[in-house]
Write a protein that binds this ligand. Structure first.
Ligand code: NAD
Length: 421
């Protein structure tokens, strides 16, 4: 019998047959959803026999919802994610010029899903532009609710832009706006609370999974009170809340200044030997280069919204592209979590059997991990590894792999299921 997942004392309590709401999604959403669910079901069965099972419950959003109900995001859909706590979704088309900013943003805001989590790992055989893709194993924690993405923007010439510009010049004595008459404006809110909850989640994740480091990625050299503060709040938090489990590079610098480099290096080695998580920071532009040259130096990445957007796509490209990059939007305080295909609706290939269901399948595996069903998730990862190493792939990867066998969306899912068994 299906039951609801609960969240108590910071932990998800999962019944043996949890109800999982899912949004099929637009475009290739229809092509990838059913095959992905078949894979996830097979992995759960292989891990637990008949003792555990996911009960899928379709909820409507996007074009399908509009055609059936006249609304792109019916209230019942938002309520279902609230009631059932954990769900999954395919890609949604953003309706243009109809007063809706983005359905994805609506979900994130309603449930305050402040972490956008993107694990980046390489599967054997997948074509990659980097020389040693096997060294890529990173987990991006992108802040999902603040920053320049908050949507506070004023178009040049509007009454708001004129008023805002006037306020800056006359009341705040700002004298660096180069062309005030023709400027548009955007506001970048970054709060201590928002930064702390994101970085806390990243550090906890590293500790729980015994990962070696958390890198705070920021542009604090230029934007001192937003990005720079994000970095400082992160270090403060690590040293105050996780003093026994972490060692910060800020502490390293302090020891080096006060007692010399030798002592700082000894403290660092000792912390590593004790299995402490090393918390460090890197400026964003340097990080984009670093992640290509020395990916093994970075494990968990904590960053603000805009940086996170760029970083997610670069890192995804390093391991085979958006067709196989999973993602999730999570609130670790309320427990709400929506796992999702990270790519869009790919209208150019919808209905052709060319879509790679990998992103949604791996998002499903992330969901299994979130539920604590690790054995089932491992089945998915192992079978995916096996399928790629046999060079059986969908069309997005076919042309880039020598000697590959081309499979349709559904055949690819079937092959993974065969490899689970
Ligand atoms: P897209 O990701 O849909 O497509 C970009 C390219 O990647 C296309 O060539 C497409 O064929 C290919 N592609 C994407 N997913 C693939 C897969 N699983 N297998 C094989 N090839 C794949 O991006 P777009 O064209 O910029 O956006 C199309 C629509 O999707 C827009 O309406 C956009 O708003 C929406 N979108 C939604 C989400 C989401 O729901 N999370 C994310 C991005 C874009």
């Amino acid at each position: 019998m299906s039951q609801n997942i609960e969240f108590k004392n910071g932990k998800v309590i999962v019944p043996d047959q949890p109800t999982i709401p899912f949004i099929e999604g637009d475009g290739i959403g229809k092509d990838i959803t059913e095959p992905s669910q078949r894979v996830i079901n097979a992995a759960v069965k292989a891990a637990y026999g008949d003792s555990k099972k996911l009960i899928w419950k379709e909820v409507l959003a996007g074009k399908k919802a509009f055609d059936l109900t006249g609304e792109y995001m019916p209230d019942e859909t938002l309520k279902a994610f609230q009631e059932y706590l954990v769900g999954i979704k395919g890609p949604l088309e953003t309706p243009v010029g109809e007063g809706i900013r983005s359905l994805n943003v609506a979900l994130r805001q309603t449930l305050d899903l402040y972490v956008c989590l993107r694990p980046i790992r390489w599967f054997k055989g997948v074509p990659s532009p980097v020389r040693y893709p096997e060294l890529v194993d990173m987990h991006i924690f992108r802040e999902n609710t603040e920053d320049i993405y908050a949507g506070i923007e004023f178009m040049t010439g509007s009454a708001e832009a004129i008023k805002f510009c006037d306020f800056l010049i006359n009341e705040m004595e700002v004298d660096v706006i180069r062309f005030p008459e023709s400027s548009s404006f955007g506001v970048k809110p970054v709060s201590k609370e928002g930064s702390e909850r994101l970085i806390r989640a990243a550090i906890k994740y590293a500790i729980e999974r015994e990962l070696p480091s958390v890198t705070i990625v920021h542009k604090g050299n230029i934007m001192k009170f937003t990005e720079g503060a994000f970095k400082n709040w992160g270090y403060d938090l690590a040293e105050a809340e996780f003093a026994h489990q972490t060692f910060t590079m800020r502490k390293f610098q302090q020891i080096a200044r006060e007692n010399g480099l030798k002592e700082a290096k000894t403290a660092f080695s000792k912390a590593k030997a004790m299995g402490k998580v090393i918390v460090k920071d890197v400026i964003t532009d340097a990080f984009l280069q670093e992640s290509l040259l020395h990916p093994y130096e970075h494990s968990v990445i904590a960053t603000l919204n805009l940086n996170g957007d760029y970083i997610s796509d670069q890192l995804a490209a390093m391991v085979g592209g958006i067709g196989i990059s999973p993602g999730a939007n999570i609130n670790y305080i309320s427990g709400y979590a929506i796992f999702e295909a990270t790519h869009g609706t790919a209208p150019n290939i919808a209905g052709t059997g060319k879509a790679n269901p990998g992103s949604l399948i791996l998002s499903g595996a992330m969901m299994l991990e979130y539920l604590g069903w690790y054995e089932a998730a491992e089945h998915v990862y192992d079978a995916m590894d096996h399928t790629f190493s046999k060079r059986k792939v969908t069309s997005d990867l076919f042309n880039m792999m020598e000697g590959a066998t081309l499979l349709t969306t559904s055949e690819f899912a079937d092959e993974i299921i065969r490899n689970i068994h």
